[in-house]
Ligand binder design. Structure first.
Ligand code: TXA
Ligand code: MG
Length: 328
């Protein structure tokens, strides 16, 4: 049984004690719900992969209450310090070299000599991380390859009975995962567009290297980051992008004034507000997936700011559903 823990001071302390005892606890962040485990406990981390049904051990992000705690486990550099000052706590994940005595278990980092670190925003998650007093490894709290959860109900949809508890901090504010930026090379490399737009990062540290386009990702299976896998965030129904019209047997994911004729409709943002649209994206895909429709048609979303993260998730949701060779 998976229990729902309310985010009172007592509930947060209970959740932290469960994580520190090796349990699996889903918790809300500003982006999506994460499935948390003690990052220093390889057995607990192994249960995370098992609960999600991840076929291979992809590296997990380690979560910290503040930058000082994160940089105690990885080697920071000037760019990292500036980005941390600008965006932490917030939806940015930095990939940096592990420090020699970093206590994060190798399984959490998939045996790499780099580690992804993040300081999420929100008083519940910060209090939880302070109470744990150790890094918490947390992928999104969904079954592998499925849509990320932005409410406790979404988490239960995929993981009920497979995890110990959910710490309820209500719906997530941002709604798409963190931006993942690799700072281990000479030039910063955007591994995953996310909650902090590329333009905002470039305003702080200058030009960053373009991540793979979907076409490049399809061409190269040797991906630097498993989050770049092509089919991901996939609802059950097929997805058709850039819809200029909609059939009566299609469900419509609308952005702005909706196209006429849809069977079922979910509005991302009637005023075309990208922040609102990001926060409603995964809810919309889940909702339309339950519609008695043949397919989900998606209206075009501009590719600027948070739109890049939204389009990245939509393109993956629409990609052919082959099983990638290096897992999801
Ligand atoms: O917003 C988020 O980032 C959420 C919340 C829970 O924090 N977490 C999340 O985790 O989205 P996950 O596991 O679904 O995605 C983590 C991404 C994956 O694409 C993974 O491959 C990449 O980060 N990653 C983790 N460690 C890495 C590393 N050392 N090098 C390169 N990529 C890494
Ligand atoms: Mg995920």
């Amino acid at each position: 049984m998976t229990t729902l823990i309310e985010a009172t001071a007592e509930g947060i302390a209970t959740a932290a004690a469960m994580i520190n005892a090796g349990g699996l606890i889903a918790f809300g962040t500003e982006t999506v719900y994460g499935l948390g485990a003690d990052a220093t406990n390889a057995a607990a981390v192994a249960r995370v992969f098992e609960a999600k049904g991840r076929p291979h051990f992809n590296p997990l992000i380690s979560h910290y209450p503040n930058a000082a705690a994160a940089f105690a486990h990885v080697m920071s550099n000037e760019r990292a310090e500036r980005l941390a000052a600008a965006f932490w706590p917030g939806p940015l994940t930095l990939v940096l070299p592990r420090r020699p005595h970093c206590p994060v278990c190798l399984l959490a980092g998939a045996g790499l000599d780099t580690l992804a670190v993040r300081v999420p925003q929100g008083h519940v998650v910060t209090a939880l991380l302070v109470a744990c007093a150790r890094p918490v490894a947390a992928p999104s709290a969904n079954r592998s390859g499925q849509v990320s959860p932005t409410t406790p109900a979404h988490v239960l949809d995929g993981l009920n009975g497979r995890i110990d508890a959910i710490l309820n901090s209500g719906p997530c504010r941002v709604g798409v995962e963190s931006t993942v930026l690799d700072l281990t090379g000479p030039l910063p490399f955007l591994l995953r567009p996310g909650g902090v737009p590329r333009e905002a990062i470039e305003a702080v540290i200058g030009p960053i290297q373009q991540g793979l386009t979907l076409a490049q990702a399809q061409a190269t299976r040797g991906l630097r980051s498993p989050g770049l896998l092509v089919s991901h965030y996939a609802p059950g129904l097929p997805v058709r992008l850039n819809a200029a019209d909609v059939a009566t047997d299609e469900a419509l994911l609308a952005f702005g004034p909706p196209l006429a004729g849809a069977g079922t409709l979910f509005q991302l943002s009637v005023t075309k507000d990208l922040t609102e649209a990001a926060s409603r994206l995964f809810e919309g895909l889940r909702c339309l997936d339950r519609a008695p429709s043949r397919r989900i048609a998606v209206m075009p979303v501009p590719d600027t700011g948070l739109g890049a993260a939204i389009n990245d998730r939509l393109q993956r949701a629409a990609a052919p559903r082959e099983v990638p060779s290096n897992g999801v």
